[in-house]
Design a protein around this ligand. Structure first.
Ligand SMILES: Cc1cc2nc3c(=O)[nH]c(=O)nc-3n(C[C@H](O)[C@H](O)[C@H](O)COP(=O)(O)OP(=O)(O)OC[C@H]3O[C@@H](n4cnc5c(N)ncnc54)[C@H](O)[C@@H]3O)c2cc1C
Length: 479
């Protein structure tokens, strides 16, 4: 297993410095270790274990992947990799609760914590392969707070005052979960809110008290699971701008790839019209509407990168809420819980936007919300408040040292529509003057503006493979 080490001395040059050791950083390291040649890798990651990051550090079995095993392999060349690994775990008695799902292994939705173990194991195997060629991986357990890019190297300042340097560096800093990220110009939402994944904190809520949740996407589904595990049995009021929530993920049959058949469909409006037509066709044949929808996914990066900024804005404004609730679907267990709570009359999901958090009159919390169609804001009180607004993609709003330092040094600029940062199609970072770096790269969620979908397991697995190939070419060669 990789060594967790004190940071090496500054003159100890690494080949690649990976900033962030979540799933992206771990998969990139694994790809680099498996490539021919001898290289020295440094991964700077404050968490004790590589490969987990925000998503796969989950400790509750109820917080599962939102896709089944057959869709979540970390090996782009072997889609069955996770299914086989899970089968071994189940045979070894490592996940007895899997039987409760009552489906074949490929259709299981594993806990995210277990998936984190899988990612770590695949990294450990790659380390053994790399060690045979003399390659090494060191995990430096802290945070990068600043970065300088020179002609021949990148130098990183660590939180503890030390510095490390490498020939190339990769920003694999992932998602900044809104609930856990201090934000520039922050309203008091996070100060008043409970963490969506903190089951222990939820045990302190009055079990019969009303819980207010801001945001109605997959983080809200996780929150419902956390509340349930914490023994909460009171009302839950959810508020989001459109009042839409994730559909249940089912396993639809294959459907013709209609975008492949008609590549002339380009604008968001055309896409939506064609997709609706396909969904109607499917339903008329008694086929799940999720079948045509699932064929769209592979085309999203192409459609998004071809679109003009105007079309992208149209998509974000008119299609995004719909896309989020239909495409980013809920695992069946979460969907069943949500439905049950609605049926019991305990859960209500409202179309309303948060105006501000206000001091509570009693022990709980107060928020002012504007409900859709109403001119005046209304005050709502509850026993507790949860911030389930998901991810902050605009780095200018992330009050963390590294994003702010990179912006100040003009080493990065916001990506299209201020989603993540600007990079070229190979992941080379573009600075504030438009120069494409040959030393600094990025992968995963920071590439949201370039590809729109750049966060899921399959996205980062593919990017890790492509970027490893790019990094193992000569750094001076043009990207
Ligand atoms: C709660 C949650 C659930 C998810 N569930 C799914 C799912 O079911 N299926 C799916 O396909 N996708 C899911 N995702 C998407 C998920 O983000 C990706 O699958 C993947 O985890 C992204 O990995 P990452 O390493 O890029 O980001 P992250 O997991 O966010 O990891 C980034 C790492 O970088 C580190 N870091 C940040 N800044 C610095 C710094 N300055 N110095 C050093 N280290 C730093 C952080 O500590 C973190 O560990 C989920 C995301 C979240 C947040």
């Amino acid at each position: 297993m990789h060594e967790q080490q004190p940071a090496p001395a500054c003159d100890d040059m690494a080949d690649v410095l990976i900033i962030g050791g979540g799933l992206s950083g771990a998969l990139l390291a694994a790809q680099l270790l498996r490539r021919p040649g001898r290289r020295r890798l440094l991964v700077v990651e404050p968490r004790g274990e590589l490969g987990r990051g925000e998503a796969y550090s989950a400790t509750e079995n109820g917080h599962t992947l939102n896709g089944n095993a057959a869709r979540m392999s970390v090996d782009p060349d072997n889609p069955d990799d996770l299914t086989h690994w899970l089968q071994q775990q189940i045979d070894a008695g490592q996940w007895p609760e899997s039987a409760e799902q009552g489906v074949p292994v490929a259709e299981l939705f594993p806990p995210r914590g277990l998936f984190g173990r899988y990612a770590r194991q695949r990294l450990a195997e790659a380390e053994r392969v790399g060690a045979k060629a003399g390659s090494t991986l060191e995990h430096v357990c802290t945070e990068v707070v600043d970065l300088q890019v020179h002609d021949d190297r990148v130098q990183a300042q660590l939180q503890d005052g030390r510095r490390v340097q490498a020939r190339q560096a990769v920003l694999a800093t992932g998602m900044f979960a809104a609930a856990r990220t201090a934000q520039v110009g922050e309203n008091s939402l996070n100060a008043a809110a409970i963490d969506p994944w903190d089951v222990a904190a939820m045990r302190t809520i009055d079990p019969q008290g009303t819980v207010l949740i801001i945001g109605s996407g997959l983080t809200m589904v996780d929150t419902l699971v956390s509340l349930q595990l914490a023994g909460h049995r009171g009302p839950v009021e959810v508020f989001s701008r459109h009042g839409l929530w994730p559909h249940e993920r089912r396993q639809p049959p294959p459907w013709e790839d209609f975008l492949e058949a008609d590549p002339s469909l380009r604008s968001p409006r055309q896409l939506l019209r064609a997709l609706r037509r396909q969904c109607r066709l499917a339903l008329a044949q008694g086929i799940d509407w999720q079948a045509p929808l699932d064929t769209v996914r592979v085309h999203i990066p192409r459609l998004w990168s071809q679109a003009s900024d105007r079309e992208r804005r149209q998509f974000v404004r008119h299609v995004r809420p719909w896309w989020e609730s239909h495409h980013h679907r809920s695992p069946p267990q979460g969907a069943a819980l949500l439905e049950r709570l609605r049926q019991e009359g305990r859960l209500h999901i409202h179309a309303a936007s948060l105006q501000r958090v206000e001091p509570a009159t009693g022990a709980g919390v107060g928020v002012r919300l504007r409900f859709r169609g109403e001119a005046q804001a209304t005050r709502v009180e509850g026993a507790a408040l949860v911030n389930s607004t998901g991810i902050e993609y605009d780095w200018r709003r992330v009050a963390r040292p590294l994003p702010q330092a990179l912006l100040q040094r003009r080493l990065i600029r916001p990506g299209p529509l201020a989603l993540g940062i600007d990079v070229d199609p190979q992941g080379a970072v573009i600075d504030a003057d438009g120069a494409v770096s040959t030393r600094l790269f990025a992968m995963g969620p920071p590439l949201r503006g370039l590809w729109w979908e750049s966060t899921a397991v399959t996205d980062v697995a593919l990017q890790a493979k492509g970027l490893a190939a790019r990094l193992t070419r000569e750094p001076e060669s043009s990207p």
